[in-house]
Design a binder for this molecule. Structure first.
Ligand code: UD2
Length: 317
């Protein structure tokens, strides 16, 4: 039986991927996660169906034995967040760059068939043209953006130099159930949803007219699995976005409508390293990977809101 390894599999996106791999049922699933930002509870009801290892990807010896002989390694382990990488750059540098290097090296040594690497849309920075196409020159604006870009370059070089099949997917602002709203470094949608449910005013950094291609987690998971199977994509890079573009002000207005409340946001100075506008050109992913995003922003927001409502109610009990 095939074996899949998901690094960062106890995280928000990783645990959604693990669930989907189990649903598809054609292989065993090993999860590697140091539980720094990941959580065991993200895997609660599937815990007995996976092999879980609380291991850090910077520990080569520990990961090498776990990656050996795997069919596919989905490398999602990372320390996310642009502001976190600015305020505390050492851990994110070590995990996102050194950790990725160790994963790739262990995959070569262990004869892994393919690695799918979770890259980031932040690589584009503020290049003026929208939508962002993979052929554009990257322009990282933060340590986090640079680190994730370095991971892409490493992935490509491990294909050209060692023949390891790698595919990089630039995830575009992924949101959905299990995204933790409690940290200031969390994705903005999770923070906004918690605020609206608690009837609090959110803080918007800047004028709120910055825009993002918010992508629902299940669409990213589908694409990630497609990237692990598609022919003739080794060494390549694809945008993993929805193709849409919403400002933060639009998102907050929409949430107020859905919940039937009126709450004026607090506006604060823009964050350093912040990108102004982001939207994916998904032509290449549609063509080569049969990418087909299914979730509109409204639908994704409603699902995520319901998950947060249930979680809040459960913790209040
Ligand atoms: C970047 C990447 C994204 C992913 C993510 C991982 C871009 C365009 N996107 O997301 O693909 O790799 O990093 O962390 O680079 N904000 C508020 N109020 C808050 C929180 C955030 O106004 O309480 C703003 C923030 O200043 C930014 C926007 O919301 O303008 C989105 O911030 P985010 O942290 O959700 O994600 P972002 O775009 O840095």
């Amino acid at each position: 039986m095939k074996r899949y390894v998901v690094t960062g599999g106890a995280g928000f996106i990783g645990s959604a991927l693990v669930r989907r791999l189990l649903e598809e049922g054609d292989g065993q699933v090993t999860v590697i996660d140091n539980l720094l930002t990941g959580k065991r509870e993200n895997l609660a009801e599937i815990w007995d169906r996976i092999a879980f290892h609380a291991v850090d990807i910077r520990d080569y010896d520990a990961i090498a034995s776990l990656l050996r002989g795997a069919d596919t390694v989905f490398h999602l382990a990372a320390i996310p967040s642009v502001p976190r990488s600015i305020e505390d750059p050492v851990p994110s540098h070590e995990v996102n760059i050194d950790g990725t290097f160790q994963v790739l090296r262990a995959c070569v040594a262990g004869g892994v068939r393919r690695v799918v690497y979770a890259a980031s849309s932040s690589a584009y920075g503020d290049t003026p043209v929208l939508p962002k196409v993979e052929t554009m020159a990257p322009q990282p604006l933060s340590p986090y953006a640079l680190q994730k870009l370095t991971g892409e370059y490493y992935a490509r070089v491990f294909y050209s130099c060692y023949g390891l099949e790698t595919v990089s997917l630039r995830y575009f602002n992924v949101y959905g159930p299990r995204q933790d709203p409690s940290s200031p470094y969390s994705g903005v949608i999770s923070i906004f949803l918690r605020a609206i449910l608690e009837r609090r005013r959110p803080t918007i950094f800047g004028d709120g007219e910055q825009s993002r291609d918010f992508t629902y987690v299940e669409d990213v998971v589908s694409l990630t699995i497609k990237a692990s199977r598609a022919p003739n994509v080794a060494g390549k890079l694809y945008n993993a976005g929805n193709g849409g573009q919403y400002t933060l002000n639009q998102i907050w207005r929409l949430l107020q409508q859905i919940e039937g409340v009126s709450l004026e946001p607090n506006y604060a100075p823009p964050r350093p390293g912040d990108v102004r506008h982001s939207r994916a050109d998904i032509t290449a992913a549609v063509r080569d990977l049969s990418h087909a995003p299914r979730f509109s922003l409204e639908e994704g927001l409603r699902r995520t809101l319901e998950w947060q409502r249930r979680t809040l109610a459960a913790t209040a009990r």
